[in-house]
Design a protein around this ligand. Sequence first.
Ligand code: SF4
Length: 140
Amino acid sequence: MEKEVLTTCPYCGAGCQFYLVVDEEKNQIIKSKPAQGRTNESTLCLKGHYGWDFLNDPQILTPRLTKPLIRKNGVLKEVEWDEAISYTASRLNKIKEKYGPDSIMGTGSARGPGNEANYIMQKFMRAAVGTNNVDHCARV
Ligand code: SF4
């Protein structure tokens, strides 16, 4: 037996509505189905359509990062923030010098950081990097 639970997508601020379709025997979510929400009108982006497998299996989630990581000799290693910021600034400068500012893009996140962090990201890309290549994860 299946049941449909009407809910609101938590991935971004668009507020799309959909049904989580639940297999009642297994007590598992098996898929989502778009609802006639005010903002989504029976459509969903990829996250709303497919981003629910972790609810049945939390082990597939990547553990929360508490420190920056840099790949060294092919292996991701935890580093301090100063090293991560210096490394990233140096790499961005080298890429910008070699290929120009439009070879770099920045993308914001709809989850967690809020408007201020997204504002800073686009300002950094425009004022510091010198490109208008900014985007946002909700555009998928
Ligand atoms: S745009 Fe996608 S991520 Fe955002 S609320 Fe709608 S389905 Fe969810």
